[in-house]
Design a protein. Structure first.
Length: 665
């Protein structure tokens, strides 16, 4: 344990102390208790939704700002049927970020918002990705810079040349196609077998780039980073406008935090996130030295499934403990609701957001971004992005929270109301009920006009006519936010099976196939109006239970469990809940054979469960067979005279008084 420099290591154990996820996340302090639904009030609210249910754009501050222009824009938001905005610093900004002038304008905006009945909310970074506080964090705390390990083939004579901090050297054997097939760790003076190559694994520090103000992006798994971020950003807002937290300021938006390698938007060849802290925590949590197995993260050599599972789970846990949890706890203590989204949504690739779905639980309003929408425009559906929506909507259902989406951006200056209506309805029918327009520019002078257009502001000719759509988004979001889905089918997520396939040293066609199969399954269920949620294994660990033929996650219960294709691994924490469900009479429909691995180790446990409960464990050969088995057990919520065309979304939600409302898009 002492082999890595102690001064560079802080244990994440401090972050792990305190209440369990279940205790912390099921009933957050900052989330108001839902009011009982009464029909007269519901009708009035639908006619004129309160501000908190209306859409709120990213209000781009990208100039040397003066108050008259900002005041004018707030008035336009009110006229457009919006409920407020998130103040979003962005390239072109000349008013110094977090300066006295910044907060003077912010306070004026807040007071004008209160006068107009609008909510003015925090965006927590100078542009994005969140976590580096516009450079203040790495400037004040250089040891928070992101770090990574890089594999490179070197001549034997270069073993002693210092190019970064060398973690390990390996002799590797390659086949005729250049793929690594064997490995052996070597040290100084050791000979290399004839025909083998020498690979060096070296730790490197992210460098600065223009996007992050020539500072490096930060390591969000480092226990020092988030306290520094909170100190330099959130505490500043608390000092200046904290008395309005939970009142005129309800949300803090985090944008695209990630586990980085070379930088926020830089990538280094054959690089993976790693630091001395990662190596120490890995050994502490898993009982062996990751440095002895580094090639297993890159190529299918050694006990690669075990090593990859342990590595990605360790990164997931460090990110959760050292960024997600402290961010959520700070906001919850200060009556501020945490929302926003992580960098991209590239499931099942774990490179920058390993096992991200369960981390939505650490947001008061779980969020995603869904930009462009080109595939939806051209084909009428987008199966992978549908899966992304279902991920966040499922966690929101399981914890009885709203679901947030940053939407519309990068649609182009030629995008139209037709696209905004179609795209917004598609998001909302599948579970989104907090709409955030990307973007609303104060100015498009110069290069600003090329910054991911379009703009929901008066730089767009159609802006004076936006009110109808603004009211529409507010009304649907209002109904959806006051109701809950009663989805009966739980589709497990094969996220950790992806961990086992995630090799960094070459192509990963298995991951691409898993992604395609999963997207096809989600689209198929939606196309046939099957009501379903997704079941993340970490959510099952924290909130899962079973009994009376029901499988429960948090506040949601399900009548039927489906195992998707490619689910070849289970977390060990899932299996007791799975067995309890089967022991209580629950049924499983499986599109995969019993998983051969548990926590990346070969295991017969899932196969034994199937044998023990053979009468309740049914295998479906294909999607049509799955649908037939589902229909035998779950009566359709809605029936049509003829089958609907693909791409029609269906939502069935219930109010607390027992009334239902349906939405078809």
């Amino acid at each position: 344990m002492a082999k890595y420099p102690a001064l560079l290591v802080l244990s994440a154990a401090l972050a792990a102390q305190g209440p369990s996820e279940r205790q912390l996340l099921l009933n957050p302090i900052a989330l108001p208790k839902p009011a009982p639904v009464a029909e007269p009030g519901l009708r009035q609210g639908f006619k004129d939704p309160p501000a908190e249910y209306r859409s709120m754009p990213l209000w781009v501050w990208n100039d040397l700002h003066d108050w008259p222009r900002l005041r004018e824009m707030l008035g336009q938001y009110k006229a457009a049927g919006m409920g407020g905005a998130f103040v979003h610093p962005r390239p072109g900004l000349m008013t110094e970020y977090l300066s006295p002038e910044w907060f003077r304008l912010w306070k004026l905006s807040l007071e004008e918002g209160k006068r107009l009945g609008l909510l003015v909310n925090i965006y927590d970074e100078n542009s994005y990705p969140s976590g580096f506080s516009g450079g203040h964090v790495p400037a004040n705390y250089p040891d928070t810079a992101a770090q990574y390990v890089q594999a490179e083939e070197i001549p034997v004579s270069a073993m002693y040349q210092r190019r970064g901090v060398s973690v390990a050297f390996f002799a590797v054997e390659k086949d005729a196609g250049g793929q690594v097939t064997g490995m052996r760790r070597v040290g100084p003076g050791e000979s290399i077998p004839q025909g083998w190559a020498l690979m060096a694994f070296r730790l490197r520090r992210a460098s600065g780039n223009p996007w992050t103000g020539e500072f490096p992006y930060v390591d969000l798994t480092n226990p020092r980073t988030t306290p520094a971020f909170l100190e330099t950003t959130y505490e500043k807002y608390k000092q200046h406008v904290g008395l309005e937290f939970g009142k005129a300021i309800k949300w803090a938006f985090t944008d695209e935090p990630l586990i980085a390698t070379a930088g926020a938007y830089d990538s280094a060849r054959l690089a993976l996130p790693m630091s001395y802290n990662t190596l120490t925590e890995f050994q502490k949590r898993n009982g062996y030295d990751l440095a002895d197995h580094l090639p297993s993260l890159y190529w299918d050599v050694g006990d690669f499934r075990k090593v990859r599972f342990d590595y990605w789970q360790t990164l997931h846990d460090l990110w959760k403990e050292n960024f997600m949890r402290p961010m959520f706890e700070w906001c919850d203590r200060n009556n501020l609701q945490f929302t926003g989204h992580w960098m991209e949504h590239e499931w099942p690739y774990p490179w920058i957001t390993p096992a991200d779905a369960n981390l939505y639980a650490f947001e008061h309003v779980p969020g995603i971004d869904m930009l462009e929408g080109a595939k939806l425009r051209l084909e009428g559906k987008d199966p992978h992005l549908l899966f992304t929506i279902k991920q966040v909507a499922s966690v929101s259902h399981q914890l009885e929270r709203r679901a947030f989406c940053e939407a519309y951006g990068v649609a182009g200056w030629d995008s139209t109301f037709e696209h905004y209506k179609r795209f917004g309805d598609w998001l909302m029918v599948h579970g989104i009920n907090f709409m955030n327009q990307h973007l609303s520019f104060a100015t498009i002078r110069g290069a600003r006009k090329r910054d991911h257009p379009q703009s929901f502001s008066d730089v767009s000719a159609w802006w004076p006519y936006y009110r109808t759509h603004g009211d529409h988004l507010g009304r649907v979001s209002y109904l959806s936010s006051l109701s809950l889905p009663k989805n009966r089918l739980l589709l497990l997520q094969q996220t950790t099976s992806g961990f086992l396939l995630a090799r960094r040293g070459g192509p990963t066609p298995e991951l691409e196939r898993m992604r395609a199969n999963n997207a096809e399954l989600n689209q198929f269920l939606a196309d046939h109006q099957v009501d379903f949620d997704l079941g993340d294994e970490y959510m099952i660990e924290w909130f899962g239970d079973a009994g009376s033929r029901k499988f429960t996650i948090g506040k949601a219960s399900y009548d039927l469990l489906v195992i998707p294709p490619d689910m070849n691994n289970f977390r060990k924490q899932t299996l007791p809940v799975l067995e309890k469900y089967l022991a209580g009479g629950g049924e499983i429909l499986a599109l995969s054979p019993p998983a051969a691995y548990v926590d990346g180790r070969p295991s017969e446990q899932v196969k034994q469960l199937r044998q023990k409960y053979a009468a309740q464990w049914h295998e479906a050969r294909n999607l049509s067979g799955l649908l037939a088995e589902v229909r035998k057990r779950l009566k359709p919520r809605i029936v049509f005279d003829s089958e609907l065309p693909p791409g029609i979304g269906f939502s069935d939600r219930m109010f607390s008084n027992g009334d239902r409302w349906l939405m078809l898009v």
